[in-house]
Design a protein around this ligand. Structure first.
Ligand code: CA
Ligand code: CA
Ligand code: CA
Ligand code: CA
Length: 477
């Protein structure tokens, strides 16, 4: 294989002054522009995206300047609504034409503004490459559902197949005892994958419990030991309140008593915390990595432990959309079984360095790209983006996050463009040999892809930021 990297890594921003260049440069090869930057302008108040309009208006001058293709940001509706840069992808088929996540338009504009832009660029001989996110879907607590796979994953403390895996993020699980009847409930919390060698100040957590539907209220109070079950517990201060606590050891249990007087759901939310100091050296109760695992270990009521029965672990994986009405747009929902961990044997890996990591909660809900249902949905969407919307090629986001065979299947499913496979470039952050291996392995699976040359990009950056003594030109080799 002598496939070359796509080494023209342009991060040319769309300066208004750019078009004032008087010397026309005729490109010898195709030149793609990254036609966006982080946090491009948007009218958040009126939920009006303007970026597609901006690019449409500039189409003739971009063509004159020599650009033959634009790489545009992910155009689908994101979980973070009007501010989303597209990587928080929520609904693949919502290109700014369905009201959800607080807005109809995306950060970049409406679907009609998008298609007008594509038409204008095509008229000017410029291809349009969409940024495609195949690894994940973001959602939030509007998409809660009961997730038995994650519940068992917590009870297994992410230890399966004789392997210690990564925790599911503590703050992405809402524990729930539905329709709890009046009585006393003793809720036990444990920790896992914590730094047991560190001071217990580093193993903090917030526990929020609601059993009346009260809005969050009150000033946080502190847990106190002994609080270990077997007769010692803390009386939870009130529905909708938050207690700050620590887990002393791997075997430590913290137990909270709540008394339900009227049948109601009991909702328990945990957030990993730690003690630290702020910029002025003052003590602070800080956010901690949510991969510090805390979970509801048991919930006793009337002598029965509800952990294995009615207790639920709810996650942000119950995803459905407004009815899609456009040509070729399917209507389906996603459930926990579409995202890792999908069942009682699946797992989440540690993020690693730059190797392929198919199962990881690096971003949002990690799609199970081994599922034939997930694969078919993503392939159908790619076909629709090319065939119905008119994208000429694609830039694939975070290709470290899914298997190369699926990349090849996805590419091979696309309709041809003028009899040829469409241009595909992957974002593989990693060493040059990793990028080369990815390109070659996808090729072995039958698809032609390129990869951004990140090592060259960083070398060029070092060169331009350096001075005569701080950069060795041999590094360019
Ligand atoms: Ca608009
Ligand atoms: Ca404790
Ligand atoms: Ca304890
Ligand atoms: Ca993945």
């Amino acid at each position: 294989m002598n496939k070359k990297f796509f080494s023209l890594f342009f991060t040319i921003l769309l300066f208004s002054t750019f078009l004032s260049f008087t010397t026309k440069i005729n490109a010898q090869n195709d030149v793609m522009m990254q036609a966006f930057y982080w946090d491009v302008p948007v009218d958040q108040v009126n939920h009006n995206g303007t970026w597609w309009d901006t690019l449409r208006i500039k189409a003739p001058s971009l063509a004159t300047a020599g650009f033959t293709a634009l790489w545009i940001p992910p155009p689908s509706k994101g979980n973070f609504g009007i501010t989303d840069m597209g990587y928080g992808i929520f609904d693949h088929y919502d290109l700014g034409n369905y009201f959800q996540k607080g807005t109809t338009e995306t950060r970049f504009g409406s679907k009609s503004e998008l298609t007008s832009m594509i038409s204008a660029l095509h008229t000017n001989g410029i291809k349009v490459y969409a940024d495609i996110v195949l690894n994940h879907i973001y959602a939030d607590d509007q998409q809660l559902e009961n997730n038995p796979a994650v519940k068992q994953y917590e009870f297994d403390k992410a230890f399966r197949n004789n392997t210690q895996y990564q925790a599911y993020p503590t703050n992405e699980i809402y524990w729930k005892i539905p329709n709890a009847t009046p009585g006393d409930y003793y809720i036990q919390i444990k920790g896992y994958l914590l730094d047991w060698a560190a001071s217990s100040t580093q193993r903090g957590y917030d526990v929020y419990i609601d059993w009346t539907g009260a809005a969050p209220n009150g000033t946080p109070t502190w847990e106190y030991e002994p609080n270990d079950g077997n007769g010692s517990f803390n009386l939870f201060p009130g529905s909708g309140q938050t207690v700050r606590a620590h887990i002393a050891s791997a075997t430590d249990i913290d137990e909270y008593k709540v008394t339900v007087s009227t049948t109601h759901d009991i909702l328990i939310k945990l957030v990993a915390r730690k003690e630290g100091t702020d910029a002025n050296g003052n003590w602070e109760w800080q956010w901690a990595p949510q991969e510090n695992g805390y979970y509801v270990y048991a919930a006793w009521n009337n002598g029965s432990n509800l952990a294995s029965t009615t207790l639920q672990a709810q996650t942000f994986t119950g995803i459905s959309y407004p009815t899609h009405t456009g040509v070729g747009e399917p209507n389906y929902s996603w459930t926990y079984a579409d995202f890792h961990p999908v069942d009682n044997t699946d797992w989440l890996g540690f993020p690693g360095t730059d190797e392929i990591i198919t199962n990881t909660k690096f971003f949002g809900n990690d799609l199970n790209t081994f599922s034939s249902t997930v694969q078919q949905r993503l392939k159908d969407w790619g076909y629709w983006m090319a065939n119905q919307i008119g994208f000429d090629g694609f830039r694939l986001d975070f290709v470290r996050g899914f298997q190369e065979s699926f990349v090849a299947d996805w590419v091979k499913n696309l309709p041809l463009l003028n009899g040829s496979q469409r241009f595909i470039v992957g974002e593989y952050w990693g060493a040059d040999y990793r990028i080369r291996d990815w390109v070659n392995n996808v090729a072995t699976n039958g698809a032609d892809v390129d990869g951004f040359d990140f090592p060259l990009k960083f070398t060029l950056k070092d060169m331009t930021n350096g001075n005569g003594s701080s950069f060795d030109m041999a590094n360019l080799n």
